[in-house]
Each structure stands twice: as C-alpha cells, then as structure tokens.
Design a protein. Structure first.
Length: 329
C-alpha cells in the first residue's frame, strides 16, 4: 500500500486502505469511461461552450489529465490570461510590499506539512511556486493582499495545474469572481455566507438548526473552515477536486450544496449531541468516513439531497444576512 497518494499527500495512520481500495477499483471504471467521453468532447481543440451537456459532464467529474484545462476555460481564467500576456511575470518583477512578503513567508511551512511535494527537500519544491503565486496575487489585488486560507487554495491549484501562471489566474477567478468577498480584511462575504447556510439549514434541516440555537453554537464555529479552505484538509482529496470541478463551472452555490448534504445525511448523528463541545465534535466527524470518500456517489447526492437551490434564493438570503451583519457591526 502506498503511504503517499498521487497528489503527494501522506495518508493518515488510521487510513482505511481496504475500503479505499474497494471504492477506487469501482471508481477507476467510471474514470476510464469519463476520460473517453471527455477526449471526444474536447477533440483536441481545447475549447468548451457552456451547455447542459458540459454541465452534466462536469458534475460527473473531469478526468485529471483534462482538469487544469477545463478549470481554466470554464472559470474565465484562460481568457484573462490570454488577454494579459506577461502580466503575471511583470507582477513578480515589480516593486514589492515588504509586509505582504513577510505574511506570506510565515505561512509557507504551514502549508500542507503532510504533502511531500511541499517539503524543503522536495525537488522541485512547490513552496517556491506557491510563494510566487501568492506574492503576485497580493500585488494584483491589493484590497485582499494575503489572507490565511489562500495558501491552501493556491497550493491545490499548483498541484493540479503544475503551472504558476495558470494557478495565479485560477486563484483570481475564485477570489475575484466565484467567491464573493471571502478574503477581504473584513471577510464580509464569508461571514454572510455562513449566516446564509444557517438560514438554509433552518429551511431544509430544521431540527439541526434548532439544536444549534438551543446550545448557542454559532455556525462560524463549525463551518468557517469549510468556506475558507473550500473543503481542503476537511474532505478527501478526490472529493475536494470533484467539488471544485463544479465550483469553477457553477459558482459558489456548490459550497452550500456540499454543506447541506453533509448536514442532512448526518442529521440523526448530529442530533445525538447533548452539549456545545459535542456538537462541534460531531461536525468534525461528519467530514470523515465512506460517505465522503466515495466521491462519485457523494457528488450525485449534493445535487439531489438539498433539493432545489437557486442562485436567486441564495442572493436574496445574502442581501438580508449582509444587512443584518452590517447593522450589528
């Protein structure tokens, strides 16, 4: 058994190899079938028009060999990169903000300590690429600069694209367009979306909302890392990548679908909690186990379990939650 997965992450001591093998042998069949369909779709011309077919394909997972390309195209990152040739390198060669560099350096060794490709001893060591991408982004988007959590997201992008410039433009797509205001200093978008999740749980899993309220557990305590890290280090790698496939195509509502599915599927388990620490612990537990490892069935569930979830509903909730937060502030 391999202690390190294909992305360079070391598997935990208690990793269940047997159930993973069982899942993966089934999943491999799916991946092979999907790869053939994707090759036909892309036909070597590397362009994709948004369509119901493409949406369906993406929900069923993008094969690894096409993932970087498809993310780039559907997120708009490819178009931005082509319209701004040399921009990334100019950012790296320009004047630097010393405080920003310091903040980024501090987080370098904290990024994926369990990934062999980010170790100082690795060749090439991905820390260099990560540093460059974050420095460039901090100077490109000065309103955001650098914020904890961005290192994990940029790190994942580098693992998949194996390309600094592409990772930079994908980071820009996520932070600038897909996630509304998660990483600004006030993190208003992030706080808003946690409240929105609370409202959605009230609508769709009322018993859990009631339990949280009764014990005074704020949503930010149990889900803020889900939003900030986009499920990195929370769900298994394959599952995170499948979530990101949909996130780049369908936008931020995917995060709510995943969160609601985790909560709904584990409703009975969460409701066993009898106190504050117990609830927090249950929320850690629900992100482990076969339900989340079996990424293919998990992804089918996120589109059926929460029921209908329109962008209009989310935007309405965002407005009211944002106003509430601002009036408290």
């Amino acid at each position: 058994f391999c202690r390190v997965d294909q992305y360079g992450f070391e598997r935990p001591e208690d990793f269940d190899y047997a159930s993973y093998e069982a899942f993966f042998s089934r999943y491999l069949v799916v991946l092979t079938r999907r790869a053939i369909k994707w090759s036909k779709l892309l036909k070597g011309n590397n362009s994709i028009q948004k369509s119901l077919k493409v949406k369906r394909y993406i929900r069923k997972g993008i094969p690894n060999e096409h993932r970087a390309l498809v993310w780039m195209i559907v997120s708009g990152a490819q178009a931005n990169m082509e319209q701004n040739p040399g921009y990334y390198h100019r950012l790296l060669e320009g004047e630097k903000n010393a405080k920003l560099l310091e903040a980024i350096k501090t987080d370098m060794n904290r990024t994926f300590p369990d990934n062999v490709k980010f170790r100082k001893t690795a060749d090439p060591c991905l820390q260099h690429s990560l540093y460059n991408v974050l420095v460039a982004y901090g100077h490109h988007n000065e309103a955001v600069g650098y914020c904890q959590g961005m290192n994990f997201i940029a790190g994942y992008l580098i693992l998949i694209t194996k390309n600094e410039e592409e990772s930079f433009w994908l980071l820009d797509a996520l932070i600038g367009r897909i996630l509304p205001d998660y990483y600004s200093p006030a993190m208003l978008g992030l706080k808003t979306d946690q409240e929105v999740l609370g409202e959605l749980v009230k609508m769709k899993v009322p018993a859990v909302a009631e339990l949280m309220e009764r014990h005074g557990v704020m949503w930010t305590l149990v889900v803020s890392r889900w939003f900030i890290c986009l499920f990195i280090d929370i769900l298994p790698v394959e599952t995170v990548l499948r979530i990101w496939d949909c996130l780049f195509y369908e936008g931020s509502k995917i995060i709510f679908r995943v969160a609601l599915t985790l909560i709904k599927q584990n409703q009975a388990f969460i409701l066993e909690a009898t106190n504050f620490p117990d609830i927090c612990d249950k929320f850690k537990q629900i992100t482990k186990g076969t339900f989340v490892t079996e990424c293919h069935s998990f992804m089918q569930k996120i589109f059926t379990d929460p029921g209908s979830l329109s962008m209009a509903t989310i935007n309405k909730l965002r407005e009211t939650c944002r106003e509430k937060l601002l009036s408290q502030g």
